[in-house]
Design a protein around this ligand. Sequence first.
Ligand code: HC3
Length: 415
Amino acid sequence: MESATPTQQTGGVGASWAAFLKSIASFNGDLSSLTAPPFILSSTSLTEFSTYWCEHPSVFAAPAKEPDAAKRALLVLKWFLTTLKQQYASRSEQYGNEKKPLNPFLGELFLGKWEDTAGTTELISEQVSHHPPATAYHITNIPSGVRLEGYNAQKASFSKTINIKQIGHAVLTVPVPSATEPDTFLITLPSLHIEGLIFGSPYIELDGSSFITSSTGFTAKIDYSGKGWLSGKKNSFTAVLYPTGREKDVLFNVSGQWTKSFEIHSGPAKYNSKDNLVEEWDPLPLSELIVAPLEQQHPLESRRAWSKVAAAIAKGDLDTVSVEKSKIENAQREMRAKEKAEGRTWQRRYFTARSDATDPVLAKLGPVVGLPENGDADKTGGLWRFDDAKSEAARKEPPLSEEDASKLAKELLGQ
Ligand code: HC3
């Protein structure tokens, strides 16, 4: 059950919201250090947000069936646009109650799978860096071979409201029918800001532009806008798809609201035109992610690791929230100190930071979308790529015995 927003509450809550507003006006840009009032705490960790990339597995897998490179790029753009509602509005669509997610600990995992008409699609999400915080993810649709990998961090600033620049990128690999080489898409992440803060009903609006560029030579540019004082609708966007480097030669244009519906037209946008309609998108029912029951999860899996904190948040028992959070934070601090003393670093379970070689995707496609060759590694703790060998080793590991699981939980989470 969602808790009431501050405007629906009285007295002390209103006062603590005012204090919160005052405090964010001077905060330092590190979102994890933001001390939010209790009623705005979410029991979901940011590692879980990677799920939002694929809640319609059939739309995710569809580009693998398309032999034409421009149409494939359009299908990828369509999939990307359909993920936005889940990514940025699913937690607060009706009431404006975007909350502060749990700040993941290093090594935190979120694993799941979808089983539906698109077959099995697997999700692996891992907190690969704590200072600065960065989450990496890998999603693969087994039958089609379509896979997405990426990582992200956030840099926040305050000017009228909380403004967030997303750092990182995603890479979508699409096997091409009857070709030996797959088509690769480099995806940048939109900036966002929080609306409704002053009224105590926070929700996200996207701003600026983001890009998707393909190894076969097509680029999509998406421009985001919101509701202005006089005109415009919430959560709006326009997008164009063109041959890379020829922005004026628009092949397809898309416009609408990413929370509602949008229309795809061929050719450039024409004022008030219903011509050349290719497709109209209305949100589909979501495919549900399957997550193992808590007792079968690895101790570092998010929902198991945070279960006591989540239960305390649900009950509104803030003393327990604070005690249980501190146990995890202290155990993590001790672990980092121990690693330092022993001259070792935390071994990521599924991802490896590429420091030795140039990343071929960023080298080839990064300049088209303004991404640096190092993937902003300095701001995300590394240029993170999914490591098939590590994943294979993790898959072969026998499940931990109860005794080993509780030893690990004690050592790494203080539980
Ligand atoms: C800014 C944000 C944390 C980051 C969240 C990200 C950017 C994470 C990656 C996902 O793919 C997309 C995504 C969606 C929502 C973003 C969160 C919204 C609010 C949260 C802030 C840390 C909380 C701000 C406090 C307040 C008052 C709004 O709750």
